[in-house]
Design a protein around this ligand. Sequence first.
Ligand code: ZN
Length: 319
Amino acid sequence: MMSGFSRSRAVGLLAAAALLTATAACGSGSAETAATSSSADGGKAEVVAAFYPLQWLTEQVGGSDASVTGLTAPGVEPHDLELSIQQVTELKDAALTVYIKGIQPAVDDAVEPDTSFDAAIAVTTIPAGEHTEEEGAEEGAEEEHGHEELSYDPHLWLDPARLATVATKLGERLAAADPAHAQGYKDRAAKTAATLGTLDQEFTKGLTTCKTRTLVTAHEAFGYLADRYKLKQVGITLDPETEPSPTRLSEVAKLAKAEGVTTIFTESLVSPKVAEVLAAQVGAKTAVLDPLESKPSGDYLSAMRDNLKTLQTALGCTA
Ligand SMILES: [Zn+2]
């Protein structure tokens, strides 16, 4: 009797709380909220960035006009991110949240259209990686990964040219969210886009003449890099946490031998075991290619230049 009463009361309270949240979320007050938060911290706009490459980009474009908070701590695999109540509050109070829909389900659920910037909308996306050849993929593992049900590949920051476009559009969006500092955002966005344009030229030049253009990676994070620089990415798995089937492994091994692959790429946050097994089968080496899902030891630019050197060596490119 008592417990039945408390349960229905609890349900009633939850419903009331949900109603309050809904009212707060969809009122016409979003613009005022943004303006308030931009003047809260000594005139700096509070901006939230979902994970490392976006945090780096937002800091470049935001400069001294923005106070940028990252949601994903260094070393954390961003797809697995869960938000604390405090982070959800930060995100709701921020003038802008910069994210990529499809990378982190927790962030996708928390953002609100008026105060968020989805970098995937700013660029031309490429289709999501598919393992149509691998019919034996375990279904449970697939559902747990953040990328599923997306029609596009969300790892767009690995193409500097696309990231330059994101920088420009982010500058416009920040200028709109914090009009008092509009010119500063636009100037820094232009400078950042130019820096990324230079990086893009270095990649284009450095990867022009190579012995092989096939890129065998532990998991398919480099689709945009391959798309931009005319490489062919062969991912051993789509999901870094899934063990590939023996069929898939021997398929990739055959292909790697046929295309003169000398190096199998691994990445810092993922166990190199699968890549090592494959490398042994093919008679290849392994090397680390950083998908930059977490903060590197330097920054975005230096890590991308390291990636370029690694690629040039592995693919036998002559600059
Ligand atoms: Zn990923």
